[in-house]
Design a protein around this ligand. Structure first.
Ligand code: CU
Length: 160
């Protein structure tokens, strides 16, 4: 029994140490890691998009647009606290700069993508295709993985 238990423990450790299934996209100097979205309630008027974007190059690039078949339009937003202490979000007309050697995380409560009037409900486990448009790297096709509605961060134990 003792022997079996140690095998189980070793297995658990191994599973924990193995990096999650690769879900990243590369374009030139940019690496886009784990694009994800959240399940939406029925009839939702927006759907979110998140990802980590790393710039391995020596020049800044800029995320300037987002497209997806999911919705007629996609916007780049920033969540911020306004003068009255209220959380609001605003579209970033100039997009988001990805400085050389830096990583920018699009995540809940911060920078994010907003798909307006999605044509279907997003269900956990679902995927949808999208295109990120960068000033220098150009258009990058990615796949957004839909996670649970309550997920605060796609990085806590995702396993796809
Ligand atoms: Cu938004």
């Amino acid at each position: 029994m003792k022997f079996l238990r140690s095998i189980a423990v070793a297995g658990a450790i191994a599973a924990f140490a193995v990096p999650s299934f690769a879900h990243d996209f590369t374009a030139g100097d940019l690496t886009i890691d784990h694009p994800w979205s959240r399940a939406t309630p029925q009839g939702a008027r927006v759907a979110a998009g998140y990802a980590s974007i790393r710039n391995n190059g020596s020049e800044a690039d800029r995320l300037i647009g987002v497209r997806s078949d999911l919705a007629a339009s996609g916007e780049i937003h920033e969540m911020a606290v306004d003068g009255n202490g209220v959380m609001t979000m605003r579209p970033l007309a100039d997009g988001i700069e990805i400085a050389a050697g830096e990583e920018v995380r699009l995540e809940p409560g911060s920078f994010h993508i907003m798909f307006m009037n999605p044509e279907r409900q997003l269900v956990e486990g679902d995927n949808f295709a999208g295109t990120l448009v960068f000033e220098k790297a150009g258009e990058v096709e990615v796949e957004f993985a839909v996670e649970g509605m309550g997920g605060a961060s796609g990085h806590s134990g995702h396993n796809h």
